[in-house]
Write a protein that binds this ligand. Sequence first.
Ligand code: GDP
Ligand code: IMO
Ligand code: MG
Length: 425
Amino acid sequence: MPATVVVGTQWGDEGKGKLTDLLARDMDMVVRYQGGHNAGHRIVVDGEAFALQLVPSGVLYPHITPVIGNGVVVDPAVLLEELDKLTAKGVDVSRLLVSGNAHLIMPYHQELDRLTERFLGKNALGTTKRGIGPAYADKSSRVGLRVQDLLDPKIFREKLDVVLHEKNLILTKIYNRPALKASELAARYLDELAPRVAPMIADTVTVVHDALARGERLLLEGAQATFLDLDHGTYPFVTSSNPVAGGACTGSGLGPRDLTGIVGIAKAYVTRVGAGPFPTELDGEMAELLVERGHEFGTNTGRRRRVGWFDAVMTRQAARLNSLTEIALTKLDVLDTLDEIKVGVAYEAQGVRYEHPPYHQSVLHDVTPVYETLPGWKTDLTSCTSYDELPARAKDYVAYLQEITGVRISVVGVGPGREQFVRPS
Ligand code: GDP
Ligand code: IMO
Ligand code: MG
């Protein structure tokens, strides 16, 4: 039975939340498989905006079981706050399940994220400062605390004592910060947070496989994106998990053969938050225009996003890294007022033409994009309800992107609202 992955093909904020919400109409379960509250997935329903961080975007539908998979890092205080906000907006969050194997973000992770960024100075990555990197580092170092440890106070305290001893040495001796008290952390996590989280904790591997066996349809919601992937992104300017479709297996417990569709989400242009290479980046008036028309400010952090032209080199690479079966193209309407639109079709560096990103980062930093220029359509697309209603030049742009990336475009976004999309026939 089908399990479909939604994966970002650029540097995040492509509209994964909106697409997950859209596709979830025909699904039974939505599973987050990596990342944490560094994600900000915005969905607009009847003019009301929801900015989801940890809770899977399918939560807005009563028929969906939302699942936080083992590959996610969970700050339980943030999770509960998000659930309270959703409840206050009338969303029923009682079906949410959280993997017992997911790792916990602890206060020292967040503090170390901030301190490391400050320590790096001008080489800072521009992380979201949510403790994501340090939490995944502890997972890899095998000193992480997991969600299931909340159910066993003795184990929780034992593990915390060991790990906090080392963290406090780092905090006090290297960063000259006060030590954290194990008793205070244990009281917060075990007495305040655990009682509320406990009922959600589940063996989510069994949950997803039982759902498949019952013939249910699963959607795996990626956070971040292909070029923020720890292995395949623009390292070190990446996040600390594997957003690529392969991560949907490790982060949920599904096997590779369970995946039946991989939808890559691509903006009709490109954005990036934080530091790192960005070959098609724009500045000046055109950048201002795209930031303003696209409201390109972080969903949760409020940071201004860097903007650039669509980059087919990245999309081709994303197609092979993720086995994309289709692309959902978002925010086409943001380009509505442009006279002409550029598309990066290849890179050039030192006389060499690249159809895929050069593996060597020093070359990538140096590439010059090769652009094709297409005419704009100068028409408001936001009220289009069928593909036929798009002006010919907008259709040409979509067809051109499809041709140069080699991936079918199955959905086109024409506005932030849940209903603002059209499907090419
Ligand atoms: P995500 O992190 O991939 O889920 O993306 P974000 O939610 O962080 O950022 C995407 C932004 O674009 C959000 O503000 C969405 O409401 C908005 N959005 C999504 N699709 C469209 C679209 O087709 N047109 C416009 N104008 N906005 C869109
Ligand atoms: P969604 O799911 C855009 C970026 C940060 C930084 C780098 C590392 O909304 O697309 P981290 O805090 O993860 O250690 O930061 O990754 N980043 C994102 N950029 N969208 C996101 O999530 C991001 N999550 C992390 O800006 O450059
Ligand atoms: Mg986002």
